[in-house]
Design a protein around this ligand. Structure first.
Ligand code: E4P
Length: 215
């Protein structure tokens, strides 16, 4: 499973990338707005740090305008994936951008029918938001399993990008379900490596080593 960071914060991306295991980045308008910097500057900087797909979302809501925005974003760097919302105009834009060879991440997916349409429109990936479904007492992970089953039935090439991840258990379940990509906040990425028994065990190994005067 590919691991992406869901942030527009360059420092977080640099830190995660230093592990050598970061496969890509997703951003959204809220995350970019939080940084208070030019969208283009942020994207260029992210693309210099990470050699993998970087999702950049359009803010237009009408297909022609989305296509124009998407083309401009795609020109910034070869790794840019244009993010388009899962609305009828977004599907039209996805079909057009995909036919031009521009990768599209269809975002704000909350149902299997939406995911089916995204695949039929030729999306490079679809982003089901599992945390936001969990927040409203729906089973976010069940949606992931449904989409994966549907895509398998028809051999759709669209990747399932598990989004709106809130904790490491979401990452575990995404991997068990066969999610292709999982994007997460930096705090969750950091938690993936942590286990208290690892720390206790290492401390004891080093203490035993030193107590016997080993060099
Ligand atoms: C995905 O690409 C979105 O940016 C993101 O995962 C949304 O997560 P949130 O529900 O925590 O805002």
């Amino acid at each position: 499973m590919k691991l992406f960071l869901d942030t527009a914060n360059v420092k977080e991306i640099q830190e995660a990338a230093s592990l050598g295991l970061l496969d890509g980045v997703t951003t959204n308008p809220s995350l970019v707005a939080k940084e208070g910097r030019s969208f283009r500057d942020v994207l260029e900087e992210i693309c210099r740090i990470v050699d993998g797909p970087v999702s950049a979302e359009v803010v237009a809501v009408e297909a022609d305008a989305m296509v124009k925005e998407g083309r401009d974003l795609a020109k910034i760097h070869k790794n840019i994936v244009v993010k388009v919302p899962l609305i009828p105009e977004g599907l039209k834009a996805t079909k057009r951008l995909s036919s031009e060879g521009i990768k599209v991440n269809v975002t704000l997916c909350f149902s299997p029918t939406q995911a089916l349409l995204a695949a039929k429109a030729g999306a490079w990936c679809v982003s089901p938001f599992i945390g936001r479904l969990d927040d409203v007492s729906s089973d976010g992970m069940a949606l992931i399993r449904q989409i994966i089953a549907i895509y398998k039935n028809y051999s759709y090439a669209t990747y399932v990008l598990v989004a709106s991840v809130r904790h490491p258990q979401h990452v575990v379940e995404a991997a068990l379900a066969g999610g292709h990509i999982c994007t997460m906040p930096y705090a969750v990425f950091q938690q993936l490596v942590k286990h208290p028994l690892t720390d206790v065990g290492l401390k004891k190994f080093l203490a035993d080593w030193e107590s016997r005067g080993q060099k």
